[in-house]
Design a protein around this ligand. Structure first.
Ligand code: 5GP
Length: 236
């Protein structure tokens, strides 16, 4: 496998073509942004940690029956993944009220939701990723009803598998964001990353935040939190 030209550069990752048209290389950056790019910074070591954490969790999910884009880790910050066309939605899964849900509904952060909440946002930076529902998604043709049924089923399965796995490591999975892609064959697979950038992880005992909220909210100890997650997941 040979790495070729850069296809795309996002806020946290770059994507490169390979000599196989069905495969691309994802390269994780240390750059951090928040509030739709308004806040910018660097988190030393973040790229490598997010690469390893994502791949560890993707392997776990594959073993539990959730199809993903993961193929193999190439090095510290690069991974080979299946080429997909990204469904232009952020799927947000919530177990505990926090962040924008707390703000929108006036719920204290940390309030347990009586059941898991799924939200969808249309991926569009210029519009600020507006929340949409399944009627908007169908009307705009972003995904079919069948694809959305699958996306919801996979998202709830990811929540079940990760919540149980992280609980044993003393981590509470508050909420997280997923993205899905469609392969050339038309299969829906989990794509993007699952990392402290895209999840809220709270220490089960102390409720200390071990995720990107430390950067977003200037809480300090950002690098330490990312390292702590790596250590709990991979034992190092
Ligand atoms: P909220 O809507 O409360 O800001 O975010 C809910 C969850 O989804 C959090 O775990 C947050 O990290 C994740 N999330 C939502 N939107 C984004 C986004 O645009 N980028 C990243 N990295 N995570 C997001």
């Amino acid at each position: 496998m040979e790495k070729r030209e850069q296809l795309y550069e996002g806020k946290a990752k770059k994507v490169f073509a390979t000599d196989d048209s069905g495969l691309v290389v994802v390269s994780y950056k240390d750059d951090a942004t928040a509030f739709n790019g308004l806040k910018k910074g660097t988190i030393a070591g973040k790229g490598a940690i997010n690469n390893r954490v994502t791949n560890h969790l993707m392997r776990l999910l594959e073993a539990q029956g959730v199809p993903t884009h993961f193929v193999r880790e190439l090095n510290g910050r690069e991974t080979l993944v299946r080429r997909v066309s990204i469904v232009p939605l952020e799927v947000i899964v919530r177990n505990i009220a926090a962040g924008s849900l707390s703000k929108r509904l006036g719920l204290p952060e940390g309030a347990k939701l009586s059941q898991t909440v799924l939200e969808f946002c249309y991926k569009d930076d210029a519009l600020g990723d507006p929340m949409v529902n399944r009627y908007h998604i169908a009307a705009m043709g972003w995904a079919t009803q069948e694809e959305m049924d699958l996306i919801c089923r996979y998202s709830l399965k990811v929540n079940q598998v990760l919540s149980a796995y992280l609980k044993d490591l003393g981590i509470e999975l508050i909420d997280f964001k997923l993205e899905f892609g469609k392969t050339a064959e038309g299969a829906i697979v989990l794509a993007d990353e699952i990392s402290p950038d895209t999840c809220r992880f709270w220490d089960s005992a102390t409720h200390e935040k071990l995720d990107k909220d430390r950067f977003r909210r200037d809480l300090g100890g950002v690098e330490d939190a990312y390292h702590e997650i790596l250590k709990r997941l991979m034992g190092e």
